[in-house]
Design a protein around this ligand. Structure first.
Ligand code: FEO
Ligand code: CA
Ligand code: CA
Ligand code: CA
Length: 749
């Protein structure tokens, strides 16, 4: 959620990493043809199972688009068949709209029961037992197929598991908690019963889904179903396992921790396990106002500040006030005990959060593992390089806060194709994700870039004046500080990344950055640079939004060494903008009313069709349209041209920034496919292997509802999905929808 900055987007990179100076170059003009608006006939989402096909029949779908930009060969379908649907118009309606000829149905919403014994969700604030229900704020999601015998299958298309993140819940201090009868207690101490429910709706769920008689449904009572919550026992793995930084009262040898938290983007390993990224976890913890002194102002204070937890800051929900029992005490991250090593309190608890966590979605008896080698920061997705036998695997990852960095991990082990069907997914994870090299990205103004290894053997890190690293485990736990040391490039909030299966190119959404400024006036502001080149003002009604309010999508191509390369080239696939913005400074990708977007966040490639799905989590363009999902047939890195943006500083000098703008998308290569309900974010996508069903999450519809309005459904800012016919009550709920094409074809054609 971009329109409220509190615990979701902390801002703690005050490092003085230089932004490189840009050299004025001859401006090369590049223009794609502006296309007129196409007629848009949308289809609203249907709720509930067993509903028949929607009113927008397949006969309404006309392949108006000319052949798409040529795309690379298999596994991508022929270009002429892609994006044949009619673009969905921008919308402020409280409904989910998909193109004519498609049907979307609600499948799995907050509170839906997972076990046979769990009662149906009443949706009136009285429900309990959330450890056995769908959690809140559905986010990243992956598909795990099951054959008719219930065995893992990479080809099954009508039965499988959805593994998904439940990122967060509404903030009681800002608006209404729909899981509490009266909207929740917004003062401290928080009642234990409220805290218990709120904790339990965070984490991960795995739910079986199946298609019967042409309709998808969840399988209540499936033996596969399970939840992970912030109280589940989880193992620490990799370089930080057993490190002194990980010692807590819960695990005095630093090998385990309790729970996974603020799970945002996801990934799926080539060996068939689920990866979940812990994003804005820091804000859930409390520190006493005098904790810096209690710690003797040691290096842990430097680390805590760098990760956004200054002493005395309020925690997001006040969970530490729920009681004296250990499951509440663990949310107080202060040094309270007398021990030297932290084994008698939770002063080190934050060090056990902020990782990519591997989960065996097929086997709930396997303990999940935090893969510390991939670094600790505000994780979004984890996208693998295209596996090549005999070569290492790369995992690409972003750190979503203003001015944070882009990372990759390269496995020490070379890929063995036999591991695609592992006997034990978690042991295979040990092989590829516990040993390797962690890199951070530095972007240059000439369109190249470097991956800089974050290693304790690097003298720049080992002798860094800002923080005394003890060992490689410390480097992984304090990856942000190690990246500061080597001068990584501050980015405009890296969210999801995805790898184009056709050519291995890497796409990163950079969602927005209010701290990008031509005249930086504080340590957190940063001047525009080539990879983050825009600074402008966008009006939202009467409110000026400054910096890079609409975000952009960066594209990277590895050097000759592929996954193990230490250099890359890059450009910008597309800049977010409203279509009527200045095409010379803001709407650099010539977006039209059929494909303009703001604040890209989710980004997932379809292995079946090659479509790149782009999802938005926006607060800038939401005066015009609810958040959305677009389908793209992307080109290739370097298919556009250099452009120089020129800014005048307050002292009258000129700042010229070279950037590289990808070939402008056209009406046939980028098209709006879906617009969501009011006050929601669109996030998370997976598909059946035949590409004929996609699953998408609608997160936090109606979250702007005020606490005072909890008793009056007519004042809810959204009533979705109840207004689509799904479930009891009128309180809005995060939910998974399934989208199919009425003619049985692949989604996105
Ligand atoms: Fe959970 Fe950065 O989005
Ligand atoms: Ca605007
Ligand atoms: Ca996100
Ligand atoms: Ca976001």
């Amino acid at each position: 959620m971009s329109n409220r900055i509190d615990f979701k987007e902390e801002n703690s990179n005050t490092s003085d990493n230089p932004s490189f100076d840009s050299v004025l170059q001859t401006r090369l003009s590049r223009r794609g043809l502006l296309r007129g608006s196409m007629g848009t006939v949308g289809t609203a989402v249907l709720g509930g199972m067993g509903l028949s096909a929607c009113g927008g029949g397949s006969e309404e779908v006309v392949a108006l688009a000319p052949p798409a930009t040529p795309v690379p060969p298999a596994p991508v379908a022929p270009a002429a068949t892609m994006l044949g649907f009619t673009a969905v118009s921008r919308s402020l309606a409280d409904t989910v709209i998909v193109p004519a000829g498609y049907t979307a149905s609600v499948l799995y919403a907050l509170g839906d029961p997972l076990t046979a014994a769990t009662p149906a969700y009443k949706n009136d604030g009285t429900d309990a037992d959330f450890e056995n229900r769908a959690g809140d704020h559905h986010d990243g999601m992956e598909w795990f197929g099951l054959d008719a015998n219930g065995k893992p299958s990479t080809s099954a298309t009508e039965r499988g598991l959805l593994a998904m993140n439940h990122e967060a819940t509404t903030d009681e201090k800002l608006s209404s908690f729909f899981i509490h009868v009266n909207g929740g207690t917004s003062t401290l101490p928080r009642p234990a019963l409220e805290v218990d429910k709120e904790v339990a709706i965070h984490g991960v769920s795995v739910v079986e889904v199946k298609k019967t008689g042409g309709q998808w449904s969840t399988v209540q009572g499936s033996a596969f179903n399970f939840r992970l919550t912030p109280l589940s026992d989880i193992e620490l793995s990799g370089p930080a396992r057993g490190n002194a930084l990980m010692v807590t009262k819960y695990s005095t040898n630093g090998t385990r921790t309790r729970g996974t938290l603020n799970n945002c983007g996801t990934g799926k390993t080539p060996w068939g396990s689920f990866l979940t990224g812990e994003e804005n976890w820091a804000g859930y913890f409390f520190r006493n106002a005098t904790d810096d002194a209690a710690r003797g102002n040691d290096k842990s204070v430097t680390s805590l500040k760098r990760y956004g937890r200054s002493q005395g800051a309020a925690s997001r929900h006040g969970w530490e006030t729920g009681g004296t029992a250990d499951n509440y005490a663990r949310w107080n991250n202060s040094k309270l005990g007398a021990s030297v090593d932290g084994s008698d309190d939770y002063r080190n608890e934050l060090n056990t959060m902020g990782f990519v966590v591997e989960v065996d979605a097929y086997d709930k008896t396997r303990t999940a593992k935090k893969r510390t080698a991939l670094g600790r920061y505000a994780h979004e997705s984890a996208a693998f390089s295209v596996p090549v036998a005999g070569k290492p695997l790369a995992v690409y990852m972003g750190d979503d806060s203003r001015g944070e960095y882009i990372y990759k991990f390269v496995s020490a082990a070379n890929w063995d194709a036999a591991d695609a069907s592992p006997i034990s997914a978690m042991a295979t994870g040990d092989k590829y994700l516990d040993s390797g090299k962690l890199y951070v990205a530095k972007f240059s103004s000439d369109g190249s870039g470097q991956w800089v290894e974050l290693s304790i053997t690097n003298a720049t890190i080992a002798s860094y004046a800002g923080y005394a690293f003890a060992n490689q485990g410390d480097v992984c736990v304090n990856a942000r500080l190690a990246a500061d040391a080597v001068g990584a490039t501050k980015m405009d909030r890296p969210e999801w990344c995805g790898v184009n299966p056709a050519n291995g190119e890497i796409y990163f959404t950079l969602t927005n950055n209010s701290n990008r400024n031509v005249n930086p006036s504080s340590s957190s502001q940063v001047a525009p640079d080539s990879a983050n080149p825009r600074v402008y003002t966008d009006m939202k009604g009467a409110t000026a939004q400054n910096g890079n309010p609409n975000g952009h999508i960066l594209r990277m191509k590895e050097g000759a060494a592929g996954s193990a390369a230490t250099s890359f080239t890059w450009d910008v696939y597309a800049f977010g903008a409203q279509s009527d913005a200045d095409a010379s400074k803001v709407n650099l990708s010539n977006l039209t009313s059929d494909n303009d977007f703001s604040s890209p966040d989710g980004l997932v490639f379809s292995p079946s069709t090659g479509v790149m799905w782009i999802q938005t989590d926006d607060g800038a363009y939401t005066d015009v349209t609810n958040c959305m999902m677009l389908a793209a047939m992307p080109g290739t890195q370097g298919d556009g041209a250099k452009k120089t943006l020129s800014y005048t500083r307050t002292d009258g000098s000129t700042l010229a920034v070279d950037t590289y703008v990808g070939k402008a998308p056209t009406a046939s290569t980028l098209k709006r496919f879906l617009v969501g309900a009011k006050a929601c974010e669109i996030t998370g996508l997976c598909e059946t292997p035949d590409g004929k069903a996609i699953f998408v999450n609608i997160q936090h519809p109606g979250e702007t509802t005020l606490m005072a309005d909890i008793a009056d459904p007519t004042k809810y800012t959204s009533q979705w999905p109840s207004n689509a016919g799904y479930g009891a009550g009128k309180r809005p709920r995060s939910a998974t929808i399934v989208i199919t094409k009425n003619d049985g074809g692949k989604v996105g054609t």
